[in-house]
Design a protein around this ligand. Sequence first.
Ligand SMILES: [Zn+2]
Length: 255
Amino acid sequence: MNIHRDDLDSILDKIIEYIFKDNIKFFEKSGISTDKKPKLKIIESLPSIVEIALTFWMMQKHRRIYGLYVQSLGTLYIIKKPLKRIIYRLLNTLYTNKIIVENLSSKTTEGYSIIGIRLSELSKIIYPAYINWNDIKNVAAKIPVDIIMIHEFLHFFISKNELVTYTLEYLIYFYKNGFYKYPEAYKIIKENIKQCKEYIEKEKKPDSYELRRCLANIIIHENRSSEELNIKDIIEKIKYLSEEDIINEIKSYKI
Ligand SMILES: [Zn+2]
């Protein structure tokens, strides 16, 4: 694989701008008032002192900060340096597995394949993604940018509560990108639920963000026949769920 750093830099700026607009459109369509919009600021990296303070404040080990919504400034920051690291890792994985991936996936009508992508080695959860080898850099860059942007937009439009945003982030990524149309995407969801079941059996203290992603996968699987999600209804349904409720939901869910 040979990708020039500057090359990725320039496509990344375009993708960030595009996905920013795409997400505003999605929230508008979902009946969320978007009269007030965040400002977008693309930065290379956070000043290290800010990064240390934030990591400490989030109290999450190993978590890198890719995006940030600063309420007092009404600004959504996207931080390119850590993002580029995920994109390079993702491209490497994709190239290494190219043959396996091509054998496993079936093509959609537009010539894209749907495969499962793991964005963090700390998570069991995979995300469905459209892959087109002729356009692989764009494709690989879009996936993490989209997920990070959805997350930060959720903070702006919906809630400060991380537990709510972690559930909705996966749901919105799935429906906004039209994965509900493809059986391959539901295979990925089913696999995630299986992984979640194993995870809660093995792990005495499961990570609460991971549990929320598991919950999102169950909601998608439960609503297999529907083509859109009602964000407001889902928020009502999930905002009072405790970790124990979610663990029970995962345990008892039949797939
Ligand atoms: Zn957050």
